[in-house]
Every structure is written in C-alpha cells, then in structure tokens.
Design a protein. Sequence first.
Length: 454
Amino acid sequence: MRKLRAATTVAGAAVLLASLGFAAGPGAQAGDTNSQDVIEYRVHDAYPKGEALESAGLEVVKRDGNDVIVVGDGNTGAQLERLGLRAEVSRHLQQAPWSAPSLAPGAAPQDETYYGGYHTVNAHYANMDAAASAHPDLATVVSYGQSWRKQQGQGGYDLKAVCITKKASGDCEQKPDSKKPRFLLQSQIHAREIATGEMSYKYINYLVNGYGKDSEVTKLLDTTEIWVVPIVNPDGVNIVQSGGNSPKLHRKNADFTDADLRQCGDSAGSQPGVDLNRNFGYHWESNTSKCDQTTSTSNGSADSEPETKALEQLWANLFGDHRADGPDDKPDANARGTALMLHSYAGIIILPWEYTHTTHTPSDAQFRAMGADMSKFSGYKAGQAGELLYDAAGGSDDLAYGKLGIASFTIELGDNGGSCDGFTPQFSCVDGTFWPYMQKTFNYLASKAPSPYK
C-alpha cells in the first residue's frame, strides 16, 4: 500500500509540489474576494500532478488540457500564491435564481424542496416510501444503517435504499445469491453535489411509473433488481439544505468528533467532517488534516465512518465476494452485477483503479468497453481517475471492484464550463441537461448486470 505524501502545512505542501516538478510562478490573482466566496481557480500546467494539490488540502474538480481547476474560497487564492503556483481566478460560481417553494398546508414531505426545486433528505425518503406504497409489486424500501449523527444520538438519519423489480418470491432480499442480477445506483456521497441526488429521485419514479408502459423499463424490471441509494450522506445533505436559497457547500459527513474541527468553518475551502469517498478501505491512504476537503478519516484508520461501513456491507449483501484480493486476480465466473456512484462536476466517466493510473485492473478491457459505450450517451471521456484528472485513494469503486469484484463506475456530471456546471446548478439543469443522457446510462448499466465481464 502506498503511503500518502501528506503535506499538512503550506511549507510541507510547497516542498511536495516542488518535488513533483511544479515551478514557482507569479502566484494566484485572487482579485476582490472573501473567504465565503465560491471560486474556481485555473492552475496552469498542473496536470498530471493533481494528486499533489489534493494532498496539500486543495480540491481539484476538473481538468482542461494541462491546466486543472481548483475550487475553494478567497483563502484558496492566497494558499495557491504561497505555494508558488501559476494560477488565476477562472470564475465566481453564481447562485441560480431562486424563490421559496410554494407548499400548500399539509403538503406531502416528498414535495419539500430548497434552492428552486431540489429535494430535501426527507423528501427523498418520502418519495421512496410513496413509490413502495403505490407500487407494492415493484418497490421495497430498506434501511441498511445509520448516519453518524443518528449513531451519536444527535438527530441524523437512517440510511435508506429502495429495491425496484417486478417482484417474485425471494426478490429484494439482502442476500448475494439472488435469482436476478442487480444494478446499484448511488448519489450524494459528497453532499453538495446536489444534482446527483435528483438523478436518483427521477430514476426511481421513471422505473415505477414506466413498468407496463415502457418496453425497456418493463424488460429491465422483469429480469433485474435495481437498487437506488439516493442519499449516501444524509447528515451532510442536511447541512447543505439548511442554507435554503444559498446551499451550504458542505462536501463531507457530519462527524465533528475532534474539537479542533469547530475551527474549520464551513466554506468551500475549509470544513469539518470526513470525506466519505476517501474513507473506503482498499488502498486507503491517511490524510488527517482535519479541515481539508479530502480528510480521509476521523480516527486514523480506513472505514472509520458509519456511512462507509454500512455501504460496504450493503455491497457485500447484494453482490457477494467474487474476486480474490491479488492484483492480477479477475472476478470469478459467477461475478455479476453493476454499480454506479454519481458525483459532479468534471464531466467524466471514471473506471477503477482510482488510486493509481499506472496500473490497470485485470478487467481493464471490459471496463473500457463499457466506458466507451456510456460515452456515447453523454459525450464524457472515460478512463481511470489519474488519466482524466488525478489519482485518489480510498474511493468507492476501488473497494467495490478490488474487494468484491463488482463492475463499479463513477460518473461526474458536468456541462463543460456551461451554465449547468458547478455544485449547485439551477434546478432547470436537472431535466434540461443531465437527465436525458443519465437515464440512458442507468438503463445501459442495468442491462449489463447479468454478465458485465463477458
């Protein structure tokens, strides 16, 4: 296992970046900013060394040629300047037009929205319950764990999923020897990536309302179990939605164990909590700089968070273990099922391995073939994380494939710099930009569930 080349201070980060070939530049031109602004910085000639920027506590969100885009606040510009990087402000992310939702007295919780139409955690859960109530022959809601706050007795949420299929005896049980193959869709592991949750919300309704009317949906649900976890990180989403028309850009969960975390604030560049997508225990790497966006643990070890552990157990329950842990071991002949984790906003399709791009998985040819097929729907490039952006250890796909043999992917929604880029695009982007090609992508991956490696 590689050790993280950690840089928890500016001086240490500067040494790290210099060692990787970054030349000192004139510094960032931060302009007239403050620490609460949400700002994109273009860091020139930084690819393929984005991992070093992340290790320095900076968040790289996308790549443009040999430049990378770093998101942060006004303090991020000063940090880039102190690191001697040649960077400039790319743009200030604008808030979308918003008005308070008009809810009639007694309106169903599934109508509860914020920021112009985005659904709250309670609304997502109510929508799953409504689907199961209206379509008991198709949908089953399950609780698979508890959030950090729930475990601590600080409010919080149950962790919920919905299984959708034309139910027969034995369907939707959390046992790996299911009669039908499974596709698992997951979103909002990073809380502020709010458009991803809406893709899951829409897919649930598309499936239950389309059975018997849409031939593609009917065929899928007759032959496949489709599982959806619309909110992987509900405590984090609760923080985001508390901002109403100005969603708080909280990325991580709500594990604020360390008293020092109270000093982090909650800006786009510094916040408490643990990044759940750096916490999974396959080629995990320690990053204990508590306020960084990519803090990987709360206790010095992998799988420290209840949300992470519960999701891993759900994977094991649904898919079983079909891969030995050696680097050259392929999934066995009985391996089936596909999984997808949604993020934003780089506009790419990511294949395992995420922790390194200099080594390919034993199933690389099959992953790339499926990635190429998905690219036809969205136009997104497909490849390993470090080929497209930067290496990142502790991610969901590496554990899902590396430990269990699941054909697992990540898609980052994006609009290539258009009006629907950013963590909080206006709500019209959900239907107008993202849904048309995501619906096709989800159905494609569900159709690959019977034999993804053949």
